[in-house]
Design a protein around this ligand. Structure first.
Ligand code: ADP
Ligand code: MG
Length: 705
């Protein structure tokens, strides 16, 4: 029998983790590094050389030839520049492998081509990457060989954040500090640190690579820009949790192995609602690691797919008419002494600390709903949010029956005296055990749902980094905690003060709680009555970043300066315009060079057939050909008109100089022109001979994987 390799054998094999460091670093160095990692103390630069040396030896023993500072600029993807470990050859022509502390701690990629939103002029091209020792270095094995990847933050010459990680780390400091104040108020003297825990559930599509390569839209934009619905969609719900097919299973197995080696605890996998859609969820981890790991998950998913003749689509809406993909961001707060501040226990009505935390979170989400909405905006997500499949674009909080009832009691009598219990679930089958039932059912339509001991923010797009939503969550909750702590620390009678504060928070922010169906039109109206914002698209969401309220919040907790926020606004408008411009130009290309020529071939074939039938048999009935020819020709001419219009408006939008105005033109003028071109083309796809249609259909793509 061949030797069995267990998960334990491979898990973390490619990570320079704590146990490797303990083995390889001198005790004093190990202790200093661990202190920085665990307590957030400043890194002692004098240990860098020793750590770099150990890291290099470890990496080279495993076949590494290169190292890279791995960072997350505001392009949405990760970036890296590789250097080999070799030094200049000696006189005898020998190379030695070198890696200094300086090279570990600081990198200096020429950063002028990364988005900076005006933070850097072109002549100030310097950008720095700085080692983030709280996220362990790892080895990536691929066609390039083995590369040592060092997670880093990316800043400008003046120290402004140009990436996702820097503000995230700043926001983690803020929530740590304010959470500890809350814990102290309730008598906890032991906790030294509170960290946000994050578990992102990643959805994705897999399509056949050969078919993918026949679709310019998938290649250039990650989503289909044309495509008629096949006879079957997702209406049978036969894909959701269905048996995983062999080819997909082989892919998932590879992904798991790769991720486990990288120390990513890939845990759950299943088929999702749409045909060809799947999900992977890891076990939650501290926020910074979860963000890095999610990037590694996305990279690995894309990289492994071609090994199986597949392409992985991370776009939020690869196919119209079936569900798109999101990324549920599960979030809670955990102290180093093991307290989950979002755990209500069995009797939430007695858990005063929990009720205060809950009240603060409701306040944070209510006041900063616009920022949360913004943090989940990306170009692809505009197709999901509010489109009756993903959560609606309106932010509300689902608490479930049990907590809703506690709030109700507090609101009506000022006291909460009991908590609803879950009880048992009876199946009615004698041989099945009775199951313990949760006190609360789930609600799939809520964008921000309490699920037992964590909140699940469900708006995030599948292709997006989860950094921004967690930056916002950490910071807005830090603010609410701070305001509560400021008040309670001064109180003479703590018990009375906390009781009053909880009641006040719950009463004032109750409007954000909604337990009903978030997809219904009635909710849209109700939300408007409650004064909740309904921000329908990315372009409308972006300005939330620089409202006076947002600037005050982020500056107070030193997460973003006003200039950094302004730069992000600029970058997001630009990202939007660029994406729409690429989509429009792809449609123009496909319609002009592939679709219209194919339709002309078809109409010519119809006309030729009519003529030859009639000359062979003048009495034959050619009404079918004639009707088809008329219908096709009419649609062809609609297509040509819509194409001409799209060409015009795309050029018009490209000529708009100011970023916001350009993004608005794209949203308001170009997107509708794209939709107008798609309509006749999708109708034509249903008429034209399949042999002549120049690309695989939806059916080919999502049912034949
Ligand atoms: P659910 O079915 O409630 O969505 P799962 O067990 O499927 O829960 O978990 C979904 C994700 O939430 C996983 O990544 C999981 O590790 C993560 N998660 C579980 N508990 C917590 C927690 N306390 N804080 C943050 N994330 C959590
Ligand atoms: Mg979930």
């Amino acid at each position: 029998m061949s030797e069995v390799v267990t998960v334990a054998d491979i898990f973390g094999k490619n990570v320079f983790n704590e146990s490797v460091m303990r083995d390889r670093l001198p005790k004093s160095v190990f202790r200093k590094l661990k202190k920085t990692i665990e307590d957030g103390t400043e890194l002692d630069a004098s240990i860098a050389d020793v750590v770099a040396h150990a890291m290099k030896d470890w990496a080279i023993e495993r076949g590494a030839t290169h190292y890279t500072h791995w960072f997350q600029p505001l392009t949405g993807v990760t970036a890296e520049k590789h250097d080999s470990f070799i030094s200049a050859p000696s006189a005898e022509g020998k190379v030695i492998m070198e890696f200094s502390g300086k090279e570990l701690i600081k990198g200096e990629p020429d950063a002028s081509s990364f988005p900076s939103g005006g933070l850097r002029s072109t002549f100030e091209a310097r950008g720095y990457t700085a080692w983030d020792c709280t996220s362990p270095a790892f080895l990536r094995e691929d066609a390039l060989g083995v590369t040592l990847c060092i997670p880093t933050a990316f800043c400008s010459y003046k120290g402004e954040a140009l990436d996702q990680k820097t503000p995230l780390l700043r926001s983690m400091q803020a929530i740590d500090h304010e959470s500890l104040r809350i814990l102290r108020l309730f008598g906890n003297t032991t906790a030294k640190r509170v960290t946000p825990s994050v578990g992102p559930e990643q959805e994705y599509f897999l399509v056949d690579r050969a078919k993918y390569l026949q679709r310019k839209d998938l290649i250039y934009t990650g989503r289909t820009l044309f495509g008629a619905m096949p006879p079957k969609g997702q209406e049978l719900d036969d894909h959701y949790f269905g048996t995983i097919r062999e080819r997909i299973g082989a892919y998932m197995k590879d992904i798991n192995n790769e991720l486990w080696k990288l120390g990513v605890s890939a845990k759950t996998q299943h088929n999702e609602v749409a045909p060809a859609q799947h999900e992977l969820a890891p076990i939650y981890d501290q926020a910074n690691l979860a963000v890095d790991h999610n990037q590694m998950v996305m990279e690995t998913m894309k990289k492994i797919a071609p090994h199986h003749g597949l392409t992985c689509l991370l776009h939020e809406k690869p196919f119209a008419g079936v569900n798109g993909s999101g990324k549920h961001n599960n979030w809670s707060l955990t102290s180093d002494d093991g307290v989950n501040m979002l755990n209500p226990g069995d009797t939430p009505h007695e858990n005063i600390q929990f009720l205060l935390v809950l009240g603060c979170i409701l306040k944070a989400v209510d006041i900063h709903a616009d920022l949360l909405r913004e943090s989940a905006s990306d170009v692809g997500n505009d197709h999901r949010l509010g489109a009756n499949e993903a959560p609606p674009a309106i932010i509300s909080v689902f608490l479930g029956e049990q907590l809703e009832d506690v709030i109700e009691q507090l609101g009506s009598t000022g006291e909460a005296t009991h908590s609803k219990k879950g009880g048992t679930l009876k199946t009615g089958v004698a041989t099945l055990p009775d199951l313990f039932k949760d006190a609360t059912d789930r609600n799939r339509t809520s964008p921000f749902a309490f699920t037992g001991n964590k909140f699940e923010f469900r708006m995030v797009g599948s292709s997006d980094s989860i950094a921004a939503p967690n930056v916002v969550l950490n910071t807005i909750v830090a603010e609410a905690f701070k305001e509560a702590a400021d008040e309670l620390e001064k109180a003479d009678d703590f018990d009375a003060a906390v009781h009053d504060l909880i009641k006040k928070l719950l009463a004032e922010h109750r409007r954000i709680v909604f337990n009903g169906n978030g997809y219904s039109d009635a909710w849209v109206e109700e939300a408007e009555r409650r004064g909740l914002p309904n921000i329908k698209c990315m372009v409308d969401a972006i300005p939330s970043l620089t409202t006076p309220k947002a600037v005050k919040l982020f500056e107070e907790f030193k997460v973003f300066t006003k200039a950094e926020l302004e730069s992000r606004v600029e970058i997001e408008y630009e990202a939007y315009s660029k994406a729409i411009n690429i989509e429009a130009r792809t449609m123009i290309d496909m319609a002009g060079k592939q679709i219209i020529p194919a339709v002309i071939k078809y109409t010519t074939a119809l006309a030729t057939s009519m003529n030859s039938v009639m000359s062979a048999c003048p009495d034959a009935d050619v009404s079918v050909q004639k009707e088809l020819l008329e219908e096709t020709s009419a649609l062809l001419s609609d297509t040509q008109v819509a194409l001409a219009k799209l060409i015009d408006v795309t050029a018009e939008a490209a000529g708009v100089a100011e970023a916001e105005k350009q993004a608005r033109t794209c949203h308001e003028v170009v997107v509708p022109a794209m939709d107008a071109l798609r309509t006749p083309v999708d109708k034509l796809e249903m008429i034209v001979d399949k042999e002549l249609w120049p690309m695989p259909s939806y059916g080919d793509l999502i049912f034949e994987v």
